[in-house]
Design a protein around this ligand. Sequence first.
Ligand code: FUL
Length: 491
Amino acid sequence: MHKKNSFWFFIPLFSMIFFSCNRTTDSARFQKVLPLPDSVQLAYQKMETIGFIHFTVNTFTDKEWGYGDEKPELFNPKKLDADQWVQIAKAGGLKELILTAKHHDGFCLWPSAYTEHSIKNSPYKNGEGDIVQEFVDACHKHGIKAGLYLSPWDRNHKDYGKPEYISYYRNQLTELLTNYGKISEIWFDGANGGDGFYGGANENRTINRKTYYDWDSTFALVKKLQPGIMIFSDAGPDVHWIGNENGHAGESFWSSINRSELTIGGSSQDYLNTGDPNGKDWVVGQCDVSIRPGWFYHKKEDSAVKSPQELIDIYYKSVGRNAVLLINLPPNQNGLVHPNDSASLIALKKILDESYSVNLAENAETNASNFFNLDTLYKAGNILDHDMESFWAATTDTASIIVTLDSATGFNRIMLQEPIHFGQRISKFDITAEVDGKWTPLYEGTTIGYKRLVRIPECKTEKIRIRITESRYVPAISFFGIYKSSRNEQL
Ligand code: FUL
């Protein structure tokens, strides 16, 4: 009798445990929405700013696109110092550098076994030099990532346009991705086909952008040789071009896109510039821009280097709009980055460090209109720390948080972040401040994604309200911060 009683007593107890366990698994957890970044894409996005090094025979011929008939003898950077490039990049906050191992002229900065059109026939180190090696070693020595650009278009090679060139191209990729240790990114340019030397043919050659390279097989080769590498092109798969060379992402920018609608060298620039809220593929947006008017060094452009203010504006339109910024620093004929370029880049970093040194909302109080499942795991206060794993999640598509500061505080910069490892969701938000007892509009925005940076005229308040007014799925925010920059420009 006693035993039977305890059996009946345990049934409801077991079911209580069973159901409560179930609740804390899937249905009670905030759900991820597809597409999602993989861990390498997430780490890539967190780098925020990276750099380009454009260097080849063009540096000596004062051109932007070499025809492919340049004599290797003219390539002779007498003071080349890859450490200098990397040290400047590092001082400017860049986390990766990408070197043009081969630009459209086909001249190779490494002694490729497959062509004579290379550094091995130049006076540089009496033909014994290997700039790819020097570059990768310098990057790794100073703790930044190394990436390579290998132009698919080759205006020197006799077989360009024929099937034989594809084997040549893949042989070169294999050399670069096998002999130099870890390569973190490979950059496939969309510029393709036109007139060129082509082994002396001196003619115009065009290719079918969709079929000629059989990109899927090339991507598979790249990933086989360097499993953790990021592949950049107009069409991803890991990072995509932003659709212009000014460094500007769209005012709204989604990290999702439909790769099936993209062709390397032939995609809609508008589509690339905004991404696609209904896109099925997660591809990080990358904004490339040169610190000078041209991609290669030209002495006459020494006075046309972008000012720190111009770089700041680009930063807000790239990193501040959910993309990664790629800034080009072209070395001169000596093989060194010019002091004007390094001064501007380092000034950019200084301004950013100063602007974002103190989050004035760090110790604020937060109240959300709701939070997911009333589970404190998703509470509003989570938006105040920089840990992406701790975030506020709502229960409804529109929701708000009120942030109350200790005392009235002046600020002119706002930072917002979504926990993108749960998917990009928010498409419309606004920020208002309580001034003289009234909610006063400060900013209306669209996407947030990994990061949204906002510049506003200085506002003094004790209460700020963040409202999510439109979202693809119930919204989440992982970070909110306010800052006071000594600079007053707004946008
Ligand atoms: C373009 C190239 O044609 C330019 O020369 C430069 O390399 C730029 C980054 O990409 O498509």
